[in-house]
Structures are given as structure tokens and as C-alpha cells.
Ligand binder design. Structure first.
Ligand code: ZN
Ligand code: ZN
Length: 222
């Protein structure tokens, strides 16, 4: 058992599990609420390099992003709970659902956008790692950590506007391990797509041949 599992168990002692949408006890999310949250048609695949539909004329499927939901209403609430709720169980459950977005074929590895570095006295649950585990459980695609931030950045969601989000430097990620050829790059929510584009570019530069981005949700087109 690693620290992540211990932290997950410890957090349950302080926060008994219940469905964040209806309050039913004993579940991370109840199946009814989950299917209601995901009942709208999934957003169309987009290209995170240019923001258009995917496959795209310039990039093909090289920067394709697929997501389960638009980031609003119940889908948004579930995602925020998985991020800030303290336990990994909900993130893992959502990750299982995201396995529907897994690409066809063999030989894929799933990895996540890395955690922003920060100081914390208590071991924290990194929800994306749990989400990748759920994705891995349901798809059979092995999960590996492959990326790190090269320095401290203000997390994208805390940037004041879309323009400063797009200003993320091109060298903001580094590969921490040998990069396999086919990678599913997982994030929780994508707004401008810049974070995923930077991470995918880093993986391509590190030797990846195919990268497919998946997110639980994407920002509505504004
Ligand atoms: Zn519920
Ligand atoms: Zn494109």
C-alpha cells in the first residue's frame, strides 16, 4: 500500500462517503446521479492546438481532445467534488467512466497532467492520479506518471482570463521518464486547451508517436 492509498483511507475517516449530488450515503456518487450528470450528448472532439473541431485540417488527430461532458451543472459539481472533496474514490469512479473515451487498439499508456508543486504538511490526494487509476481499471490501459512542471506556475484555472491562460510558456513541462509511443493524456477539465497542448507537445518531443487527450469535461464554447 502506498501513501496515496493511505491518504485516501485516512480522508474517509474524516469524510464519510456520500453522493455529492443527492446525499445518498455509502457511495462516492450514486449511479442515477452519475447518469443524469452525463445524460447530455458528449461534446464533439476538438483540436487543442487550434481550438477547432477534430480531426483538424492542420493537425489531424495529433492534438485531439475528447470529453464526456460540458463543464456545467451536475457534471461541473461532480468534477469539483472529485477535486476538492478530499478522497480519491469519486475521482476514480469518474475515471472509470472516462474509459469510454479510450482510443482503439493496443499499446496505449495513460498519463496525467502533473500536479502543481506546493507545500503541504499533510499528504494530499492528487485527484488526477486517482482518475487515471479509474481509467486504467476500466480500460486495461496501464497508468504511468511521465510529466512534471518545469517551474512554478499559477494553475490555469486561477488565471484571470483566457489570454493569460494562453500565455503558458511552451517549455512548462518536462518528461520525467522514457516516453512510450502511444499515450492517452488525461486531465479533469479543459478550458482553452493550452495545458493539454503544451503537455502533448512535450510528449511528442520526448518521443511519443500518438497522443490522445481525454478530459472529464470541457468549457462550453463561448
Ligand atoms: Zn446521488
Ligand atoms: Zn488543429
Amino acid at each position: 500500500m502506498n501513501w496515496l492509498e493511505l491518504a485516501g483511507i485516512a480522508s474517509h475517516l474524516f469524510a464519510p462517503r456520500s453522493c455529492p449530488l443527492c446525499g445518498e450515503l455509502g457511495r462516492f456518487v450514486c449511479e442515477d446521479c452519475l447518469s443524469t450528470a452525463l445524460s447530455a450528448p458528449a461534446p464533439l472532439p476538438r483540436c487543442v492546438a487550434c481550438g477547432g473541431p477534430s480531426p483538424c485540417v492542420r493537425h489531424g488527430t495529433r492534438y485531439e481532445l475528447r470529453a464526456l461532458a460540458v463543464h456545467k451543472d451536475a457534471a461541473r459539481e461532480l468534477l469539483l467534488c472529485s477535486k476538492y472533496g478530499g478522497a480519491g474514490g469519486l475521482a476514480r469512479r469518474l475515471g472509470r467512466e472516462m474509459a469510454r473515451l479510450a482510443p482503439e487498439g493496443e499499446g496505449w499508456t495513460v498519463t496525467t497532467i502533473p500536479e502543481h508543486s506546493h507545500f503541504s504538511v499533510f499528504p494530499r490526494v492528487f485527484h488526477l492520479e486517482w482518475m487515471a487509476r479509474g481509467f486504467s481499471d476500466a480500460s486495461g490501459i496501464p497508468a504511468r506518471s511521465l510529466l512534471s512542471w518545469t517551474r512554478k506556475f499559477v494553475p490555469q484555472k486561477e488565471q484571470p482570463d483566457a489570454r493569460s491562460r494562453r500565455d503558458l510558456p511552451r517549455d512548462c513541462f518536462a518528461c520525467t521518464h522514457d516516453v512510450p509511443g502511444k499515450i492517452v493524456l488525461l486531465d479533469d477539465v479543459s478550458t482553452t486547451g493550452t495545458t493539454l497542448e503544451r503537455a502533448a507537445s512535450c510528449l511528442y518531443a520526448g518521443g511519443a508517436k500518438e497522443v490522445r487527450c481525454v478530459a472529464f469535461s470541457v468549457a462550453a464554447r463561448g
